[in-house]
Design a protein around this ligand. Sequence first.
Ligand code: AMP
Length: 190
Amino acid sequence: MNIVIFGPPGAGKGTQSKFIVKKYNLYQLSTGDLLRNEIKNNSELGTKISSIINSGGLVSDEIVGNLIEKFVSSYEYKNKIIFDGYPRTLIQAKNLNNLLKNYGQKIDVVLKLTVGLETIKKRISERQIQENRSDDSEDIAIKRFQTYDQTTKPVLEYYKKQKLIKEVNGEQKIEEINKEIGDIIDLIEG
Ligand code: AMP
């Protein structure tokens, strides 16, 4: 099963992905983590993207597309991926569809975590203390939320047409969200 976990920054995508990975033996593919790794390793790509990430914008579709291809094409990950933070644009969603098709795969469900801006601000300020992420200051968090709001709507429409979206209330306690997501996946797995 391949899953897309979808939602604004601070919605709990990473936390919930880790739960799903453990319970269902999947791999978490977080483009944000892959990009942060490039920055940490001071790679050529890392230097190129750090200012984009730190201003709350989006890295190009081509760059993130290249990053995920390695995983989708690998036998080890076949039908075992949870896409965390990808796709974020309509082009990325279409690219992902084509890429999966080329490797005889598809997306089985899109889990959409819904959270309001006030909760996001609170969670991101807590995360800043725990993880010290350079893009977790309040003003950049708001910018990232706006980026999400502007660029991701077409992605949702795209998946809505394919009837893949399952909405989950991301304002609930972590365990409650875990439970709701688990129920959705169990139903799909049958
Ligand atoms: P995340 O950890 O998913 O919140 O991502 C952190 C930052 O990495 C985002 O604010 C973007 O700047 C960049 N990023 C992550 N995933 C993508 C993506 N699919 N497309 C473009 N930029 C991305």
